[in-house]
Write a protein that binds this ligand. Structure first.
Ligand SMILES: *Cc1c(COP(=O)(O)O)cnc(C)c1O
Length: 464
């Protein structure tokens, strides 16, 4: 049985001559194409030997090998990490790369990646400079903090802060704030890895100031407050504010560290987002505030630490700082992103994360109408309608806040929504959307007009 299938398995030389395969070869080095053909045949052979292929597959074996090779050849010209059209409406979609950068940030990255730069060079003194200086000046000016540094992400910022501030000592945290962020980042685990002893106080729903005070010892290194950025505790609850912690800390000479998570720089309560801002953290007296670069700040993946110079200097000198340091592209994007925060209006306009979140219903509706008109204009068996949906910010931010989204819901006379979804993933542009009631929902909050045109083009290809 197996032998029959094995006999039918085409040879590499034979496949090289197949027209369908040959048509995919231009632009691909011959060795690479041969390699792809050989490994596809090897895979099929393995499947046959393992018995995971039906005897009846013999009839179609040749064509199925060719189809697999064609698929692999088409993909091999493309990078694995490539752009996606995000039609989910989730602005900070962690799986899709969180924040899109502003135009200024993209330009700044482009400039330093294609040329040598002043990364660690001071052109005035002609001496060695510090990579921290580029962003520190602007971050301190915008946030009002004394000093700042940037590391790889907020998980790294937390790790470095705990290691530099608390190693061999204790840190007091509320039981209501022992957060887990996606990807196995858990406050108790990070605490342990940093060599700091976690002192949990209070209960899940209620923690009082006296709970902190009762647990302060000579060995207390800091009071840590963690913003519950991806969940909310509601009902019979109580937490201690940064200001109260600050007063307590002063009484005992202990610093207060605030992991604020999202890095929101401008108040967004009008848009329905009730998250604390970075400035509030500093104004309320936190000695150190930590946050992500690519959540509500709208910049590159980074962890930003701001606060007292004395502590930031200690962190800059810590051996982990070198392990967690960021490259020039991140620094360039950070500097440019903060540059848009001199004016609130400019930030809302230029930073994609903020403009998407604050987009008016009118703007969303007209974009949804635009997409609908493109799809209706195809006249290829699609029907579409505009619907109102509930949206979220995503990225572990503002978990209980809802945005009102407008979607263009699309149905085709011959394809189910699941078949369409599969086809939307198969084009040059990968299009990620939601499906419901056998319709594809294109949520326009996260779409540009060009995305709308690309979606319409792909729908045209699918129907044709
Ligand atoms: C998101 C988040 C982190 C982790 O930040 P990354 O930049 O994703 O590493 C840490 N703490 C809090 C409170 C967060 O919200």
């Amino acid at each position: 049985m197996t032998n029959n299938l094995l006999r039918k398995l085409p040879k590499v030389d034979q496949l090289m001559l197949d027209e369908r395969i040959q048509s995919c070869m231009p632009g691909i080095p011959r060795e690479k194409a041969v390699d792809i053909i050989r490994s596809t045949v090897d895979e099929k052979r393995k499947m046959i030997i393992e018995g995971s292929m039906e005897e009846t597959a013999a009839e179609t074996l040749y064509d199925s090998v060719v189809a697999d090779i064609v698929h692999a050849l088409v993909l091999c010209g493309k990078n694995s990490l490539r752009p996606v059209i995000n039609a989910t409406g989730v602005v900070l979609h962690t799986n899709l790369g969180r924040a899109n950068l502003s135009e200024k940030a993209r330009e700044a990255v482009n400039a330093v990646m294609s040329s040598y730069s002043t990364l660690e060079y001071n052109p005035e003194t002609r001496m060695r400079g510090s990579r921290h200086d580029h962003v520190e000046k602007i971050i301190t000016r915008i946030t009002g903090a004394e000093a700042a540094m940037v590391v790889n992400n907020n998980a790294a910022a937390t790790m470095l802060t705990l290691a530099a501030m608390g190693r061999g000592r204790e840190m007091v945290v509320s039981r209501g704030e022992l957060v887990e962020i996606g990807g196995s980042f858990r406050i108790p685990d990070i605490m342990k890895e940093s060599g700091t002893e976690l002192v949990e106080v209070g209960t899940t729903n209620k923690t009082h100031l006296r709970d902190y005070e009762d647990n302060i010892t000579e060995n207390t290194a800091a009071l840590l407050k963690v913003h519950t950025s991806n969940y909310r505790i509601v009902g019979f609850t109580e937490e201690v504010s940064v200001r109260e912690l600050k007063n307590l800390g002063e009484k005992y000479g202990i610093p207060v560290i605030y992991d604020i998570g999202s890095g929101l720089m401008v108040d967004l309560s009008e848009a329905g987002i009730k998250e604390p801002t970075v400035k509030q953290g500093i104004d309320q007296g936190a000695d150190l505030v930590l946050f992500s670069g690519d959540k509500l700040l709208g910049g590159p993946q980074a962890g930003i630490i701001i606060g007292k110079k004395e502590y930031i200097d200690r962190m800059k000198k810590h051996p982990l700082a070198r392990v967690l340091r960021v490259d020039k592209m991140t620094l360039a994007a950070c500097e440019a992103t903060f540059g848009d925060y001199y004016s609130r209006a400019q930030a809302l306009e230029n930073i994609p994360v903020l403009s998407m979140i604050t987009a008016s219903e009118e703007t969303l509706r007209s974009k949804a109408e635009y997409l609908k008109s493109l799809i209706d204009g195809l006249d290829l068996g699609y029907t579409s309608e505009i619907l109102e949906e509930e949206g979220v910010v995503g990225g572990g931010s503002a978990p209980s806040d809802r945005l009102s989204d407008i979607v263009t819901a699309v149905k085709h006379e011959n394809f189910s929504a699941n078949e369409m979804d599969l086809l939307l993933h198969g084009g040059d542009n990968i299009i990620v959307s939601r499906t419901r009631n056998d319709r594809i929902l294109f949520d326009v909050r996260t779409l540009t007009e060009k995305d709308c045109r690309d979606i319409s083009l792909r729908l045209k290809e699918i129907a044709e």
